[in-house]
Design a protein around this ligand. Sequence first.
Ligand code: NCD
Length: 333
Amino acid sequence: MAFTQRHLLGLEGVPAAEITSILDTAASFKEISERDIKKVPALRGKTVINLFYESSTRTRTSFEIAAKRLSADTVNISASTSSASKGETLADTARNLEAMRPDAIVVRHPASGACHLLARHVSCPILNAGDGCHEHPTQALLDLLTIREHLGRLEGLTVAIVGDILHSRVARSNLHALRALGSTVRLVGPPTLVPRDLAAFGAELHTELAAGVRDADVVMMLRIQRERQGANFFPTLDEYSQYFCLTEEAVRLAKPQVIILHPGPLNRGLEIASAVADGPYSVIMDQVTNGVAVRMALLYLLVARSKGEESGETAAEMIGDAEPVRRRTGGRA
Ligand code: NCD
């Protein structure tokens, strides 16, 4: 099944086959970033706007690199340089951007649902780069790609997501996608940070680190989202780290081939020990590398696909993959 969505607003309700088709496309795009000239013409003449109302290092850079590697023109707008600081509403900003005819808008916003609102006001695809505590679909997709690369599958795995689940859009997107693909998902953290209603989406809830990570195939650590916490959810950061910091000792409770993920930014010593973050089970840098491929795949699927359908070009031809040409010409190309 091909990817059929018009926007990428979240992963809740997206069928497994569509998620797999994004991952397969991303896997085939990875090789472009290893080339000497890291550019293919798939999005030539297209304009991608990155509209970021929240700070970001990895996600914004990754989207910009992804768009550039597909030859799109990119425009970056941040909250401090947008008219939001002059009182313009998000819907008005969207209408004005729309009037300049972009081909896609990537949005990060502190309010849950901001991307859904924008999608109602513009005709081009909207890609959610993180909306409040709601969803962060490209992060979950790069996590899934990384897990699939290292462990060869997603079905039947036990994935422990540990930390500030309550405020985590990364946890929600991962929960939906991992459940769709047949993984068991454990949400682990202090009772105040593990919302009980997430059990309705098929999650197992744990309030002790040891029980949560025992025999897990994957452990995904999350940052404490202090910027979103309006109240005290635990006594002190010291106490939090005493109970929930992933140490080498805690890692030994998981499966021998466990992989450790973290979306970044890391708070070393608070949720993850440096020895674990930099240790042999950590795949954190692979996540960052895969982020570019996943975002290239999504921009391609959402923006270039219609162009490809009109011209009759295949995906491989659009990304300048020489393989099919070689196959067709018996290796002479
Ligand atoms: C995450 C985010 O912004 O939601 N980071 C990211 O996108 N790489 C997680 C976080 O901020 O802790």
